[in-house]
Design a protein around this ligand. Structure first.
Ligand code: 6PG
Length: 240
């Protein structure tokens, strides 16, 4: 059977990638709000996606009724929100110019409960707004997405929407993450990839569909949209 066509968008650099992805997010948000009155979004952690968040907070402050957006995170490290490693803490600091209503921020609880209870609580919130309109992901050098790492038992989860991860190879080891069923149910999934360090993971993710490269298991209806910069994209046989 012919492999489905891959939606892969290549940009000169991370800045151009972030600007284009931000425009696409704004368009999707306004379309969802027009159709359903709200836009439900899971942000990626890590560094690659921060350029997109900065674009939203600066160039697009007036382009979306932001109080109609519900914010989740595709994974979270088990650190306090004010910790520099916190995905929610760092992304919300960037997005602060949007003055987002706190009741729409579905921030994972990472204190006063254990990771299992935190996952259960987030799953409860997510299930009320499920499926999400959009999930954003970054790509790890080992092919992980969210906190779904190569060979992790979390990859075999078929019913839970959020699970704890206690042995993440990327520090910190304790996290909670959306699962493949949760991510793949999203109306759209966008994976942002930047830099030469991601070349191999990207190339393998586009060819493999096993647990060794979790990004290859991201298969929402219609497939994910890959946003990559030239440094991460190396067509086979073509060298710089
Ligand atoms: C996390 C992220 C993780 C990240 C990738 C890419 O919490 O660590 O969710 O999945 O998106 O590791 O990270 P960079 O964008 O920093 O390379």
């Amino acid at each position: 059977m012919a492999r489905a066509k891959v939606d892969l968008r290549v940009f000169e650099d991370l800045e151009a990638l972030s600007a284009a992805a931000a425009r696409a997010l704004v368009e999707a948000a306004n379309e969802a709000i027009r159709r359903r009155g709200s836009f439900t979004l899971a942000l990626s952690g890590g560094e690659t996606s921060k350029g997109l968040y900065r674009r939203l907070a600066s160039h697009h402050r007036r382009d979306v009724p932001w109080d109609a957006v519900h914010w989740f995170w595709s994974d979270e490290r088990f650190v306090p929100e004010d910790h520099p490693d916190s995905n929610a803490g760092t992304s919300l600091a960037i997005l602060s110019p949007l003055s987002l209503p706190s009741e729409n921020l579905h921030i994972p609880v990472t204190h006063g409960v254990d990771a299992s209870e935190a996952a259960r609580r987030l799953e409860e919130e997510l299930s009320r707004l499920f499926p999400l309109d959009m999930t954003l992901l970054g790509l790890g050098e080992d092919g992980h997405v969210a906190s779904l790492f190569p060979g992790s038992p979390a990859l075999e989860e078929t019913t839970r929407l959020v699970v704890p991860v206690r042995d993440a190879p990327k520090p910190p080891p304790l996290r909670i993450t959306m699962t493949l069923p949760a991510i793949n149910a999203s109306r759209s999934v966008h994976i942002l990839v930047s830099g030469p360090a991601k070349r191999e993971a990207l190339s393998r993710a586009l060819q493999e569909t096993g647990p060794a490269i979790p990004a290859g298991l991201i298969r929402p209806e219609g497939g994910p949209v890959w946003w990559v910069d030239r440094a991460a994209w190396e067509p086979s046989g073509q060298r710089d």
